[in-house]
Design a protein around this ligand. Structure first.
Ligand code: F0G
Length: 312
């Protein structure tokens, strides 16, 4: 039914807000028996790659684009390492408005750009980093022609809170611990706010950032200056740095031991949990995006096909 219809009373929507949806939300919470045994706790994985464009961004994007429509906007603009772009492009197409996307040239996984291109989004490669792209975007938004749909738009955070509501519903309580990747920090802030709203208990939040923010192999979280750094500190989340080697190891374990193929950045929460070995019984790791979005690194962790030996 979509997150706006499902969680309407918790969201900044009213009778004038268009009923936009691509069927986002209501994603699986999958128990991970082998990883649970390794960690000595009960681990569940929130599979956000099951959202319509393959990442958690859809939860917030549907609210941000619906509100932009309600306000009469003709277009939306975002900077992106790929997932925000794919999501903004899809919801703008559905809403019948323009999506303008600025991205760091050469730094976005091909499938994510393909997702944005097929919708007819207006896509501009910026000669610089994600942080440079975001600055350029803010200037465009300032001029008033497009509504910014990066997570600086509070409607994005509001929509992303719904993942915490679902986890509480799926478990019948809040977990003791929630671990997730930390790029710009919007999702960490959204989960903290969501668990507070849900009133089913407050988990300790582990927010896992790359130790090599500017250069990590996980292109989704290749962000030098997290815009929500102060807000993340305010949530009381434990920020943990994970190296690329740890990240790739965690990523391949998720697939090898549990059959779940997420994108490399999405494994950061589990990588942090492996290192911390905290004394809790019930933990959730958020797998933020689908592995098909960024498959190039599979070569680094898994052998290629073996040629069939010719008989005799
Ligand atoms: N995981 C994935 C798969 C992401 O795409 C992102 C961010 C994050 C985690 C980090 O979330 O920024 O809320 O801390 N992707 C943004 C984008 C930057 O443009 O798609 P955060």
């Amino acid at each position: 039914m979509g997150v706006i219809a499902r969680w309407r009373e918790y969201l900044p929507v009213g009778p004038e807000t268009p009923e936009l949806t691509l069927g986002e939300g209501d994603t699986p919470l999958v128990h991970a028996p082998r990883l649970s045994e390794q960690l000595g706790l009960d681990l569940y994985l929130k599979v956000e790659g099951a959202n319509p464009t393959g990442s958690f961004k859809d939860r917030g994007m549907v609210v941000a684009v619906a509100k932009a429509l309600e306000d009469g906007a003709r277009g939306v603009v975002c900077a992106s390492t790929g997932n925000t772009a794919a999501s903004a492009a899809a919801y703008a197409a559905r809403a019948g408005i323009e999506a303008l996307i600025l991205h760091p040239a050469g730094a976005v996984a091909g499938p994510k750009l393909a997702q944005a291109r097929i919708t007819g989004a207006n896509i501009v490669a910026i000669d610089g980093s994600f942080d440079d792209s975001l600055r350029a975007c803010l200037a465009v938004a300032e001029s008033g022609s497009h509504v910014l749909v990066n997570s600086l738009n509070p409607n994005r955070i509001e929509g992303q809170k719904t993942a915490a509501f679902e986890i509480c519903e799926q478990l019948g309580r809040a977990p003791q611990l929630l671990a997730l990747p930390y790029g710009g920090g919007g999702n960490t802030v959204a989960y903290a706010a969501g668990f507070a709203d849900a009133r089913r208990g407050l988990p300790r939040i582990v927010s896992a950032e790359s130790t090599q923010r500017a250069t990590t192999v996980a292109s989704a979280i290749r962000i030098s200056e997290p815009v929500h750094r102060n807000d993340v500190e305010g949530t009381g989340a434990t920020v943990v740095g994970v190296g690329d080697d740890e990240l790739l190891e965690a990523w391949s374990e998720l697939a090898r031991l549990e059959g779940l193929f997420c994108e490399p950045a999405s494994a950061a929460g589990y990588a942090a949990l492996k290192r911390l070995r905290l004394d809790v019984d019930l933990a959730v790791c958020v797998l933020t995006g689908n592995g098909l979005k960024d498959p190039a690194l599979v070569d680094a962790v898994a052998p290629a096909d073996q040629a069939l030996e010719a008989a005799s």
